[in-house]
Structures are given as C-alpha cells and as structure tokens.
Design a protein. Sequence first.
Length: 404
Amino acid sequence: MAIRSHIFLLFLNTNILRTDVQDFINSNLKNDISKLIFKGSPFDKISVQELANQIQAKQKSEKKLPTWFTTKNIYYPAKISIEQTSSEITAAYKSKLVKGKKIADISGGFGVDSYYFSKVFEKVFHCEINSELSGIVKHNAGQLNINNIETNNINGIQFIEQYIGEFDCIYIDPSRRDTQQNKVFFLRDCAPNVPDSLDILFAKSKQILIKTSPLLDLSSAIKELNNVKVIHIVAVNNEVKELLFLLEHNFNGNTTIKTVNILKSEVQKFNFNLSEDKTTPEYSLPLNYLYEPNVAILKSGAFDRIATQFNIKKLHNHTHLYTSDVLVEFPGRSFKIEKTIPYNKKIIQREVQEKKANITVRNFGKSVDQIRKETKIKNGGNTYIFATKLLNESKVLIISSKIK
C-alpha cells in the first residue's frame, strides 16, 4: 500500500548529514546567502543550491520550529515547505483538540502536526505523496526520538480508502495551491478536495479536523462542509495563523466558534455559539476606557456579541472599537482615554503635544500615512491615537495610553 523502507536513501542526498557539512550549515546561518552561492559549494557531492536550501530552511525554522532548529542532523525540505507548515505553537494547540489511539494525518507535509499528535495518540499515520518529503519526515522522526509515527508515501485519500480499520480522528491540511501553484481560497479547489471526500473520510472516522487558510470565509466553508461542530480561529501575537474546523459524524447541532490569541504573556479566549440570536449592543461617545478586539475576534465577526458579553459600548456600528466607564478584562488591547478631539488641524496642533505616537485607523477614510503627513506626528512613543468615526458620524482622534 505504501513505501515505508529505504525511502530516505533513495531520494535524498545523505551527504548533507555529514558532520563537516552540518558544521558548515550551522556556521553560515547568519551569513549572506548570495555570497555563499557565488563562491560555490566546498563539497564535491553537494551542490551549492542544496547547501543554500538547508541554510535558508533552517533559518526559517529558528523561531517557527525551535525543536527542529535545536535538534542535530535534521534534514530540511524545500524552504516553501517550512513556510507552509504549522508552527510549533499552533501544532501544540490543535493536538489538544482531539484524542484517541490512532490518527491519520493525510496531507502530512513536513510533519510538524504529526509530531505533536504523536504526543497524545498511540499511533500517527503520516501520509505524504511527495517521496522526498515523506523520506525527510521519516528521518527526522528518528532524530527527534519519535517512534510512533508511521510514514506513508501515498495519496492520503487513497490511504484512507485502502486502510482496514478505523481511526479516532483524521486530520487534513489541504494544499491551497492549484497545479500552476496559484493560491486558491475555496475548499473544493484545494487538494485533496475535502467536501467531495467527506463520505470516504467519515466511513473511517467519526471525527475530522481540517486546517485551512486564515483567509477562508467562515460562512462559505460551513456551506461546503457537513457536521461542523466547532471552528477554532487561532491567532499568534495578534496575527490569525489558521482556521480549524472540527467535524463530527452525524452532528446536527449548533456550531461553536472558539477564538484564541496566543501571546507570550497570556492566551486570550472568546467563544460563542453561531446560532445564538445576534445581540443589539449599546452605543456611546468615548468614556474612560477604549478597547480594541484581537484579530481572532475580528475574524469571527462577533462585533456585537463582544460588546454585550463584556457589557461595553460600541463607538459606531462600523468602527469595532469599544468603550466603558469602568475597566474590564478584555480579549484584546485596552487603553486609558486621555482626551478626544475633532480631526481639525488647528485643534490638533493645540491639543496634541506629543511629537511621536502610535496611530491606528478605524472607519476613518484616511490612511495612517495621510494622517502623519497632515498632523506631522511621527511614529513611536508611548501615546496611542485612534483615528475613528463616532456614532454622530464625526471624525475624531482618541488620544490614549496603553494599559495592556
């Protein structure tokens, strides 16, 4: 059914793993790669292109994949595979969403998700149609001391169809590029085509976990899929990294949206049920405190729900900034409002003493660069200015100091 032995030796240049070559790679991680390419390879059996790829891929792994970066004799794939793979932070998060004895990762790629699934499942079946990449994962699993990942050089859907037995979960990270390497944004255009494969997948598992691009429209995805139980919107340092759709066989209840923003100092969470009646928020002019939701909440579209759940008021229907008299613990950034002034050059010159400020634009009609040009306020400092529109349609600058 699948190629599992000697694949690494067949498709990869194992000379890269020699001690002298690894030392060369590590010693050049901070150097200019173009100069290295110009000099050529100092090794007979290794091209300069192979060396450059190992160096660049390892450079990209330093922050994204620190476990791989600090492990000896890791073999790196083409750098695009590193760019497209899950980070360790998001892989660790999704590994806590499902449990059981067996999981199939049917579009396994570089194997980061499989690595984290191996910590909570007894057996992980890693499927990757690219022979070289499958071999890399097999080798690296040994270097990482993981012995419960079985690598399979095969189309993931084909593997599921041929497998005798069932899985506790099937995980899919479909490729979001077509045959011409152009980006695609609908699940039916990805590979594998998940919506058309659901019957095959549900025949072998009652749970399916799907990772998608953060650009995917939630409502469109729900229409394409069946039995969506939970959608996780995962952000890291206030940047949405991935959407996770947890499907359960024959589930016909209400879909739950879970937003998470993973920061160094905290993890911000906000959950709601998609079928809940949309609430009507209260509106107000700026009060004592200002709140800006994190990007995961903004992606969820819970603009009114966030206001009613935290008992805070919106500034404008299309602004998505919030205010209150009393400070609340909020999943986003919080500010103490110092003053609110009209967007008028003379008033700004008189009222804004700071020569530097961090400027954010919300529903204003001008860009940050335009505002800086018109107000002469440079970037930086400890003052935060929000250029926005209030409920009476007036354009203002809210001058504030950051609480968190």
